[in-house]
Design a protein around this ligand. Structure first.
Ligand SMILES: Cc1ncc(COP(=O)(O)O)c(C=O)c1O
Length: 449
């Protein structure tokens, strides 16, 4: 029992007990010493437990793309909870999950005509990797077992995701991970790319590193390549011009499946339903989560092209084709929340809105160049990132202080990865609110100088 626990009288589960919750991806002791507690939310704002409105510059965790507690989504969840709370996801179905699969596949480019549902982005990543391995098996190429990811990539926290992921702190404590994973180099080079708006000119050639991995391992051992079209969690790295197209070409040449992890880039973040559309590249699978329900209920999934699905549709009719799935795959309330979210996106034209705001957003955001400690600024769609010079000897401290002061003193929620600030507001943001966010970040930068 920790000392803090001993101080809790009689283990009462009172709201004042901050100790028992082991908070994910958070420095627990710092948080519990000065908590950032949120009581409610509406549209562009959170409200702290002491009633302060806090502008949400991060769409929660890159997910509340329609803003918070939107009527249509709330009603969809409430109605569904009263009508059908759960139906078995294996061997049975319910109408909304089929409707959702149709809607999503219609939104996706090319022949991404099938949807497999999960509960999170991590599960979506692991599901896509498993489908890739199983696909080559059913096609008679069982030697294709290597999974290629990319340095600085993030595909969630399952063993598959961290094996192909490329963020060292997420990997280093977890043993040898999946055998046979390898990594492309990341695409960031400050000397060549600093203060780029949108896709950098430099770096497209880095896709050719896949040829090097093919030469090293041989194509006959490689199942798939997974990348985020824009690397998000590592600190926002937009893809260099031509990079994703080149990856597609090399994968086609060698019979390797290409997976786009669109957990962040999906649902309007880059001005399109999926980044695949923005870049004119149809991957073999797209993983999604977050924005599919505007963050209101957990849901994720994998969109799959015809040739991948078709490869499994053989054997006796009564036999299961893919031994994979989750109790809550396509949960009725999650499906209802997703349909309510897609309706909201469509009726309010939010993807187009994000596209229209990309320029004013970039103009406003890049005006922060020259503020204290700003080493680089990157923008893409409705995403912006600022690399700050670290405090000497204590990397990550300036970033943490920035997030703290932003929330407590400047009424804005920002996200940090080490000393990088990343923001990605709900797509309902107004131009005035863009100005407000940039002004507040300017104050934050000065406060942590
Ligand atoms: C690109 C990407 N993939 C996967 C995930 C994991 O999603 P989840 O946290 O829902 O498991 C994330 C989460 O941030 C992500 O950004």
């Amino acid at each position: 029992m920790s000392e803090a626990h001993q101080m809790i009288p009689d283990w009462e589960p009172t709201p004042n007990n901050l100790e028992s919750h082991w908070i994910p991806f958070t420095p627990n002791r710092s948080f519990k010493a000065r908590p950032r507690l949120i009581a409610r939310a509406k549209d562009m704002h959170y409200f702290s437990i002491d009633g302060r409105p806090v502008i949400d510059a991060t769409a929660g965790l890159w997910c509340s793309n329609a803003g918070h507690c939107r009527d249509r989504i709330v009603e969809a969840i409430q109605t569904q909870a009263a009508e059908l709370d759960f139906a078995p996801s294996f061997q049975f179905g319910h109408p909304k999950v089929f409707e959702l699969a149709s809607r999503l596949t219609l939104m996706a480019p090319g022949d991404l005509n099938y949807a497999f549902f999960t509960n999170s982005g991590s599960e979506a990543g692991d599901t896509a990797l498993k489908i890739a391995l199983a696909y080559h098996n059913v096609k008679g190429q069982a030697s294709r077992t290597r999974l290629i990811g990319r340095e600085r990539g993030y595909h969630g926290v399952g063993f598959g995701g961290i094996s192909v992921g490329g963020m060292a702190p997420n990997r280093k404590f977890y043993g040898s991970l999946l055998a046979g994973a390898d990594h492309l180099p990341h695409t960031y080079n400050r000397e060549e790319q600093a203060f780029t708006r949108g896709e950098p000119e430099w770096g497209g050639h880095l896709a050719d590193e896949l040829e090097r991995l093919v030469a090293l391992h041989d194509a006959s051992t490689i199942a798939s390549v997974i990348v985020e079209p824009m690397a998000g969690s590592t600190g926002v790295l937009p893809p260099p011009k031509g990079y994703l197209k080149r990856l597609r070409e090399i994968c086609d040449k060698h019979g390797i499946l290409l997976i786009f992890d669109e957990v962040i880039t999906g649902f309007g973040r880059l001005g399109f339903a999926f980044a695949a559309e923005r870049y004119g590249v149809v991957p073999d699978m797209i993983t999604f989560a977050k924005g599919v329900t505007s963050g209101a209920i957990p849901l994720g999934g994998v969109l799959v092209r015809d040739h991948v699905y078709d490869a499994f549709m053989n054997g006796p009719d009564h036999a299961i084709e893919l031994f994979h799935g989750y109790t809550y795959s396509g949960h009725p309330i999650a499906a209802a929340a997703a349909l309510g979210s897609l309706d909201t996106y469509q009726e309010e034209g939010l993807f187009e809105r994000a596209k229209k705001l990309e320029e004013p957003w970039a103009d406003a955001f890049h005006s922060l160049k020259g503020e204290p400690n700003v080493a680089d600024i990157r923008t893409l769609g409705l995403v912006g990132a600022i690399d700050m010079h670290p405090i000497e000897g204590t990397p990550g401290l300036r970033g943490y202080k920035a997030m703290e002061t932003a929330f407590h003193d400047h009424n804005i929620m920002i996200r940090i990865t080490a000393d990088t600030i990343a923001v990605s507001p709900p797509l309902i943001i107004s131009e005035d609110q863009i100005g407000e966010i940039v002004d507040k970040i300017k104050k934050v930068l000065k406060a942590v100088a």
